[in-house]
Design a protein around this ligand. Sequence first.
Ligand code: ARG
Length: 563
Amino acid sequence: MDYKKLVAERIKENVDLELDTIEKLIEIPPKAEMGDYAFPCFQLSKALRKAPNMISEELKGKINKEGFEKVENLGPYLNFFVDKTDFTKNTIEKVLAEGDSYGSSNIGTGKNICVEYSSPNIAKPFHVGHLFTTVIGKSLYQILSSQGYNCVRINHLGDWGTQFGKLISAYKRWGNEEALEKDPIKELLRIYVKFHDEAEKDSALEDEGRMYFKNLEEGKEEEVALWQRFKDLSLKEFKKVYDTLGVEFDSYAGESFYSDKMDEVVEEIDSKGLLVESNGAKVVMLDEYNMPPCIVKKADGATIYATRDLAAAMYRKKTYDFDKSIYVVGTDQSLHFKQVFTTIKLMGHEWADSCKHIPFGLVRFADKKLSTRKGDVIFLEDLLNESVEKTLQVINEKNPNLEDKEEVAKKVGIGAIVFTYLKNSREKDIVFDWNEMLSFDGETGPYVQYSYARGKSILRKAGEVSGEVDYSKLNSKEEFELAKSLDGFNKAVLNAIERLEPFVVTRYIIEVAKGFNKFYNACSIMNAEDEEIKKARLKLVEAVCQVLKNGLKLIGLETVEKM
Ligand code: ARG
């Protein structure tokens, strides 16, 4: 049952306001003693020419209280106390009846959303920042899909641009075939760095790089083959990370995909009179918006990163007819996206307003030992591996006889990293701290997963609960509070969508796990006072596990049955 709706309906029977308006006014009181829902009467004061306090007092006398334990007036507020047994019963039964789909809705049906995330650069390391966009993007995809939105997952690979000409030149000069096969990204990075060092001494190298890129753009066989090879090898490496994290995409259309789609955009910009010459380059002036110009073509005629983003935005609109197109990319590219979106708006495309840059912060490490070893690629694998290893150690201490220890350590260890990324507002910088993130009793992934496994273990021990359940037996404060938090799942998800912030869901999951542990400590389950109480409590545990599982899925974590 939707109690908020019920409150709104009861109010509506007595006042002259739209149901919608009433629902928006309803608040959750700050303290449990003040009830479960409150209706503030200020807004009615003018129309009724009465003090809000008087209105709430009168309403209290008139209102139909069925389904509520009581309705009271407190100052200008009318406070509703739900019938606790009814509420708890309805909530638990709803969770159990809906199962894996509890928390979902269809408010997004028929709406398309492009979710661009990850987007690493070919031949460069996949670093902790790319891991950040990857987990945020995957979570936003899960969250949006759970509400019926049709999402397209896009990996806008950095696989085009003059740097690939340089890479070809470097490879022809210093490339080592064996090293390339063994550790492609390391080798590509090595020769790329060498190219830059050498180019400082010999500027002819830059020209050579430009020439190779030109050949690549013209589709010359040798250059295309080399570029394709670098790309294939890099993707193979990236896919290892994606497999580990269970990340998938619907499209890998990266920058190169737009190499033949840019002329059209540049022509459109020009035809709309927006293209201006500036030091030989072609730009769109954005002074009016207090931004530097958006460069569309460099002085040598080459297109750049922004041109490809302009083409990509147009293509996505045409291909996916999106309601919203979101870009999960670091804060350092905020200006770039503002320039691109403003240019599209200037071209007369109103839909530019539905393109959203979703920025995120930086990643730091409390334990500095972590941040050094041989560069970022290895470092990322180190991060994931180390987390799994350390989790395995904890399991070995706590539960040495656990079956499938490696499998569990993998899910929990990787989950701990994902959880850390998604625990706070994405724009806050992240500090990785092993002690904190792997702890079983902080606000961590392992803590939540352990809560779930503990619930499951109770349910296994108890076996099937059969027959009628008397929910009036659940009358402690802890039980009611827990039911209340289970009821809030969908609201948390909708809030996460409004802010495009996965952490809202993470926080919600933490709240449920905490509520569960409070209940567990306050109320015996297996040794409950009588069989009826035990049955009702087991149902509550079952509902908690279901909600934790559904919630964790939205932030990209898998549950384990034992741990
Ligand atoms: N490849 C870029 C990088 O690693 C991120 C791409 C972001 N997406 C975009 N549409 N520009 O920094």
